[in-house]
Design a protein around this ligand. Structure first.
Ligand code: ADP
Ligand code: MG
Length: 675
């Protein structure tokens, strides 16, 4: 008997070979297929007369076959089958390519539905390769599935139908009172109707139910994550040292920075552990916020850890924070993958003995093999790279530690509140004063010479530039490669200049050296892959050139652009793209038009380019099968309220009626992305 866990190869008509085609779509078991929802439908129910249809339109026409199939072999491997139909007024001549099976199945004087593009002629009409179905077939609305070349939507539909017919009734997951209250269809109805709706209305009803369930499960999961963290903590900040900290800063903190620090201190003074997200656009000054709360935590006798996603960033944080904090007696150390073994051991010992107040490093290292004497605060920079799973395990050394995550991903606040449902949020909505917007231009590669001259002028003024290439040498030959590119510059346009190169395949130590040379100003031009995307801060760099700009998502471009415009000199971002596609050009123009990350995020959402903001990589949430975080934001809100209601009555979800939904939660969060 077929169950949801059965391998797809056991569905009648599939077998080993075709199962592989399904694997390509991520479908391995029957459940995957059931959750492989159509992306659209073709409505064949409104059968029209050819005379009433517009020329060139996609139509469905009910017609009788009036001339049998004639076979024409055009050449080897190409056979045409021609036949004619009548809808009572118009004769429709149909051509079928290479589909002998379909051609042979057609019977003279029977009624069919023809679905496809209609070409009108003076006295007749033509359809080329329409889909043809018997008129008495009760399928009126056909699902359209995301398909591949070798497995088309129709084939998927056929298998889905076979599977659904073989499966017993789907067990209901939502309690009746919730279905009643929110007017949701039963699960069995929803699943069957989403694939093969009897009417458009049913398709909508089915969709609504499935989206609701998915978002409800998401919200419940996130809220449970939050409540899990609601254990009291003994780590309490008694004295607020923020004023003292401000006197150490080389600048006046912005209002937003002050507010964020105050939020964090208040959290750490309460009896529950802090669990906060700081969202701030690139350059909004998150590092100073981190330093501020570290200062107070340490002055209250606790140790702190600052974790970064890359060594470059960890090094940079160390370089900024160590001098500032050491001056007031705070002991700061750096721990990364390239710290020599002996030194590592020594640092770990000192952490355990409480001889280090702040440890800065890559999160893998700090998370995995470090013990503290009196850890009170863990800060994770560039949090958007970490998934829900890591968020759950962030409070790493005991649940009561205060945790702060910092992210530059500008998610609209209402949405952030819901997708980061387990976190409190502070937003840095203000840039430090004196920042000039980065002037952005989109050009094609014929401008490259002029760009190089422009960079040389900037170097003559004592400034520096980044040039970003998409991939490292050899990975994708059609793209500008960083290594070759740097070599070409060094031997050509920039002969005699100090050109640096930075990419992900380099040893951490080599990366560090280059970054240091760039920060010190001895390297004038840094040719790099996107490893500089996250957080790097060299205020003296004023030009960012991005090759093959169309290959990047807007969020990535925004991050990259954020590497310049950090000092007081006017800065430039030059996007080079030879892509002539309208959508690529349009996306790049958005970069030119807006400098605010939130605006760009909104536009990105409308356009959905590569690597968009709401890809699972960006927000770190589980992949959703049917709901769309932004398109369904209203439902998301309703589900949040519903989830609150459920948890208020059954906090642990151990009532029998909530068993199925609890299973769904563990299902969703077990599979959630960990990247
Ligand atoms: P991000 O939020 O992108 O991590 P950073 O913390 O790297 O931003 O700060 C960007 C730059 O702005 C740094 O050079 C930092 O010294 C500077 N900066 C931060 N806060 C202020 C401020 N209040 N006034 C002036 N400069 C500031
Ligand atoms: Mg930063």
């Amino acid at each position: 008997m077929l169950t949801l866990n059965s391998d797809v190869k056991y569905i009648k008509g599939v077998g080993e070979k075709r199962a592989e085609l399904f694997h390509k779509l991520g479908i391995f078991c029957v459940k995957d297929l059931v959750e492989y929802y159509p992306r659209a439908y073709q409505d064949w129910s409104a059968a029209a007369k050819a005379a009433d249809c517009e020329n060139g339109a996609q139509v469905s026409i009910k017609a009788t076959m009036i001339k049998p199939v004639r076979e024409h072999m055009v050449r080897r491997g190409m056979t045409l089958y021609k036949c004619s139909f009548s809808d009572g007024d118009t004769i429709i001549n149909v051509t079928i390519f290479n589909n002998k099976y379909l051609a042979n199945s057609l019977k003279l004087y029977e009624d069919y539905i023809l679905f496809g593009k209609l070409e009108k002629r003076l006295t007749s009409a033509e359809m080329s390769s329409p889909q043809i179905e018997k008129a008495e077939s009760n399928i009126k609305i056909h699902p359209v599935y995301p398909a591949t070349d070798r497995l088309n939507s129709k084939a998927i539909a056929k298998v889905a139908r076979t599977a659904l017919e073989a499966l017993p009734e789907f067990e209901e997951t939502l309690p009746k009172e919730i279905r009643d209250k929110y007017r949701l269809a039963p699960l069995d109805f929803a699943i069957r109707q989403i694939h093969f709706p009897d009417s458009r209305e049913n398709a909508i009803i089915a969709r609504k139910r499935l989206i609701f369930e998915e978002l409800l499960v998401l919200q419940l999961g996130l809220l449970k994550l939050k409540s899990k963290k609601k254990t009291k903590t003994n780590i309490r900040i008694k004295t607020d040292f923020t004023r003292e900290f401000y006197s150490l800063l080389p600048f006046e903190p912005t209002g937003a920075q002050r507010r964020a620090i105050a939020d964090c201190i208040a959290d750490m003074q309460s009896e529950y552990p802090m669990n906060r997200l700081i969202q701030g656009d690139v350059g909004s000054g998150k590092t100073a916020v981190a330093a501020g709360i570290i200062y107070t935590a340490v002055k209250n006798g606790y140790q702190a850890a600052l974790m970064a996603p890359t060594e470059i960033l960890a090094n940079q944080h160390f370089g900024t924070l160590s001098p500032m904090l050491s001056a007031s007696g705070i002991r700061v150390e750096l721990l990364t993958g390239s710290t020599p073994a002996k030194e590592k051991r020594e640092i770990k010992r000192r952490l355990m003995d409480g001889e280090i107040d702040l440890i800065i490093g890559t999160h893998a290292i700090i998370q995995n093999d470090v013990e503290f004497k009196e850890l009170g605060l863990v800060i994770t920079d560039e949090q958007h790279r970490f998934g829900v799973n890591q968020r759950a395990s962030l409070a790493l050394k005991g649940e009561e530690v205060h945790t702060l995550v910092m992210s530059a991903t500008p998610i609209p606040r209402t949405l952030a509140l819901m997708i980061y449902g387990d976190l409190d949020i502070s937003v840095l909505d203000e840039l430090p004063p004196g920042r000039q917007p980065v002037r952005t231009d989109v050009v094609n590669s014929s401008y490259r010479r002029r760009i190089y001259d422009f960079i040389k002028k900037a170097i003559a003024r004592g400034e520096q530039a980044y040039i970003v290439c998409p991939l490292v040498d050899g990975e994708e030959p059609t793209m500008a490669s960083a290594e070759k590119y740097a070599e070409k510059l060094a031997n050509g346009a920039f002969y005699g200049y100090n050109i640096g190169i930075l990419h992900g395949k380099m040893k951490p130590k080599a990366k560090d050296e280059i970054m240091r040379a760039f920060a010190e100003g001895s390297v004038k031009v840094l040719v790099s892959t996107t490893v500089i995307e996250v957080g790097v801060d060299v205020p003296n760099a004023t030009i960012m050139v991005i090759e093959n700009a169309e290959r990047f998502g807007l969020s990535q471009l925004h991050q990259l652009r954020g590497r310049v415009g950090r000092g007081n000199a006017g800065s430039y971002c030059i996007l080079i793209s030879d892509s002539e596609g309208d959508s690529a050009q349009e996306r790049l123009q958005i970069m030119k038009k807006y400098s605010d990350g939130f605006k760009i995020a909104d536009e990105d959402l409308k356009q959905r380019g590569p690597g968009d903001f709401f890809g699972s990589r960006q927000h770190g949430l589980p992949d959703l099968k049917i709901a769309d975080m932004l398109g369904d934001i209203e439902t998301l809100k309703i589900c949040r309220a519903c989830a609150d209601e459920i948890l208020a009555k059954d906090e642990k979800l151990d009532l029998e009626k909530h068993r199925a939904i609890a299973d769904k939660i563990s299902d969703m969060f077990r599979n959630s992305v960990s990247n």
